[in-house]
Every structure is written in C-alpha cells, then in structure tokens.
Design a protein around this ligand. Sequence first.
Ligand code: MG
Length: 298
Amino acid sequence: MNEAAGFSAGHWQPATHHAIVATREPTMPTPVLPIVAALLTAATAVSYLPQDPPGYRDTPRLPDGWRVHDADRPRPPVVTPPPAGEPVPAPSDAIVLFDGKSLAAFRGNGGAAKWTLQDGAMIVNGTGDIETVAEFGDCQLHVEWSAPSPTKGDSQGRGNSGVFFFGRYEIQVLDSFENPTYADGQAAALYGQKPPLVNASRKPGEWQTYDIYFRAPRFGADGAVQQPARVTVVHNGIVVQLDEALLGATAHRAVAKYERHGDKGPIRLQDHGDPVRFRNLWVRPLQLERPAAPPAAK
Ligand code: MG
C-alpha cells in the first residue's frame, strides 16, 4: 500500500506525555494545572506531533483491540538471526519464479516486468509493481530480499516493498533494522493486521529470507468467507507468524475485508519507491486435500 503519506515518520522518540497527563493530573495542586495545560498547548503547537512514535491513533480498531497501524502497539522484541547465507536451493518440485537471470515469470504495468536486472538480483526501480504471470493458491513461497544500503528515509519510507498473495494479501517487506515504525507495518507483518512475533531483521544490504506458507481463503457459493486465508512466515529462519488468519485484503488505515476471488491468483511484488533487491524466488503449489482412504473391507 502507499502508506508513506499522512503520518509523522521522523524524529521518533518514545511518547510518554499522554500517560503523564493522565496519571499526574488528579494529584497535582490546582494552580499547577493551568500551567501544565499551557505548556502542553505550546508544545503541541511547536513540536509535539513529530515526537510521537510512527503510526496512528485515529484509525479503526481491529478485532484484537488494537487500532490499524496503532502508534501505541508494542513493537516486537528484536532477535538476532543467524548470519545470511548462500541462496537457498529450490526443491525438485518447486517452480522457480526468479533465478537471477530473467524476469520472464513476471509482468508489469500493462506488459513486461521492467525492474532492473543486475548481479543476479531484480531491483525495484519505480516502474511499478510486478506480479507473476502464473497464478497460485495454497503454496509455499521462498523469497530472498535485501534492503537498500546505505539507508535512506525512515519508518515506512525505508526499504519498503511487499509480497502480495492473490495480488492483495501483503506480507510486508521493510528495512526494520533499527527503523521504528508502527508494529503492524514492520518487516514480516501481515500489513495492517498482525505484527511479527519478533523482529528478526538483518541489516540493510544483507540478504534476508522469507519462507511463507499460505493457505488461500475459502469462499462459499454466496461469496461469503467460509475459511479465512492462513499464513505462516519464517523470517531468516525464525518463525514470526504462525498459522495466523488474515482478516481480508490488505488495506491502509482501514480494517481489511474480503472480496470473493478464485482459487488462484498472482503473487505480486510491491514497488514502493525504494530500491529493494530480490533474488532466488521459488514456489511450491500445495495440494492440501489428501487422497481419500479406500472403503473399509468387510
Ligand atoms: Mg509494503
């Protein structure tokens, strides 16, 4: 999503003033209150908002009680992942989406994918999102990506991209190494829905891996959702989403909801204006319905 506009991304510091006001006011001598109020008003006018953590306090609430992109939602603890390694080889039954040589498995806006092909990677270059020509439903997807180094921008403006199943369910790609943003918008978040369990990010410039296990939503004949999409995400070898149900198609500043679609759809990669690199993408379509047992012998 285009989530860069509309929030104060810079000058982040822990915001404690709301709690201070709430807890101190009742016990203060009354003459102090007007002074505090005046100070708060002055501070608001000058520099209060830029000191808030990135995120929002005016968005609708998710079913778990947090607001969409909640500025006050705790950011997941940082875990140092194992060091980056060589590209992870694809299993024999995988469909290779990108092998470092060709963008042929993808298409772009109205035609061929035009991301920059360089040194075995494809690089976001401002030509727009790209998506797979082939369509996928339930699947296992392996993605390797690297955030730009040196860094540029902050919060949602640093190393932002994304992996969208069915072109609409985003696993966030973001440089989340020492780059605070709202919890449901950091790397490996189900964007706008669920922060990762931990922040397993590597440094910008290093290769990172996503292994994503995606179960497509099931719709009834009337178009209603019978079973939501479910997703497990392993980031740099660390489980960060475990069988989470998606609320619907990724939305910005709104609660996600479903719109009926078919059994398969494209996998889309986001051009958010940052030169994020990708390499070694492969996917394994999953046949989840197992063969039925033969009738029992009498
Ligand atoms: Mg994104």
